[in-house]
Design a protein around this ligand. Structure first.
Ligand code: XMP
Length: 323
């Protein structure tokens, strides 16, 4: 019968057999899938696994620390953190177009990840032959079920990385659904903040700032987002909503009155949605008192924000994210 214990035992044995005395690499995104996949592989092969976390500076408040400290403490995993905030901000400077932002973030991410990979490969030790991926069953079905190798093309020549690297894939979650992955993660001792995390886009807060992405705007959005998350959690609503993007309309200003004067600040949008699979979604009917609390706190505590608005659009026609 299916138990998380059985799944873990089976996968640990299979991974040990597959990897032998070679090494493996795993990219951590801060999300549930990569975290659970990494924890499973860590349990199987220990220090033969190295995880890479690229800090692009677009994460929410506390999320990088969660990976760096809590995840490492819970798993004992060997982690290489690359602080690439400056590089991403530089690449994003002057860019407002959503698709362009996504392309830049994706491109820089691959470059930074590859560089970290090259450094790990260049370290003394057995060959790095394996790449761990948090592929779930629905991903396998969607993509036609193929498996085997990942052909990672080097975009530019980073020292020590062959032109065309081939890794064998380790995909320990291939037979699991999301709720099962969470159960496995819990059994492996991962913190709730990671295991129960709601979806968060790879490009992070970079696509939640309507307008140019700057450090100042990111810090502001991080504060507003942290307040919204804190109040939703305090109200016990985390399980009721699928996710709640918090968006900064950096290109919009409106007049307000705060303290003893007129202000000219930015609106923050709350986008709480309920959904089964993110393909369609409905806006969540949050209790008014929770919305009021979030609104009051954000306008009081976040500099330059004088208005909080609620997005009441379903998907379709609106997407969940604003960009
Ligand atoms: P949309 O905005 O298309 O989002 O309704 C659907 C779901 O996907 C997430 N999302 C992303 N996830 N990389 C990701 O890993 C991305 O580039 C990305 N864009 C959107 C979004 O948060 C929602 O859960």
């Amino acid at each position: 019968s299916w138990t998380t214990g059985n799944v873990i035992d089976e996968q640990v044995a299979a991974i040990r057999e597959q990897v032998g005395d070679k090494r493996a690499i795993c990219g951590l995104s801060g999300g549930v899938d990569s975290a659970v996949a990494a924890a499973l592989v860590q349990k199987a092969i220990g220090s033969q696994l190295t995880c890479v976390y690229v800090d692009h500076g677009l994460m929410r408040k506390g999320e990088t620390e969660q990976v760096e400290k809590d995840f490492v403490a819970a798993t004992g995993v060997q982690l290489k953190v690359v602080d690439a905030e400056e590089r991403f901000l530089k690449a994003l400077a002057g860019v407002s177009d959503p698709e362009e932002k996504r392309k830049i973030i994706g491109r820089e991410f691959i470059r930074v990840f590859e560089q970290a990979q090259a450094e790990i490969i260049a370290d003394e030790g057995p060959a790095v032959e394996f790449l761990v991926q948090g592929t779930l069953y629905p991903d396998v079905v969607e993509s036609g079920g193929g498996t085997g190798t990942a052909n990672i093309k080097s975009h530019h020549n980073v020292g020590g990385l062959p032109e065309d690297l081939e890794f064998k894939l380790i995909e320990p979650l291939r037979k699991l659904f999301k709720d099962e992955v969470r159960m496995v993660g819990q059994e492996l001792g991962l913190p709730d903040e990671i295991v129960q995390r709601q979806p968060f886009p790879g490009p992070g807060l970079g696509i939640r700032i309507v307008g140019e992405v700057t450090k100042e705007r990111l810090d502001l959005l991080r504060e507003a987002d942290a307040i919204a998350r804190e109040e939703l959690t305090a109200a016990g609503l985390d399980r009721d909503i699928w996710q709640c993007p918090v968006v900064l309309l950096a290109d919009v200003r409106s007049v307000g009155v705060q303290g003893d004067g007129r202000t000219y600040g930015h609106p923050i949008v709350l986008r709480p949605v309920s959904s089964e699979d993110a393909m369609t979604a409905d806006w969540s009917r949050l209790p008014y008192d929770v919305l009021a609390k979030i609104s009051t706190r954000i306008t009081n505590e976040v500099r330059d924000v004088n208005r909080v608005v609620l997005d009441v659009t379903s998907k379709p026609p609106g997407t969940i994210e604003w960009e």
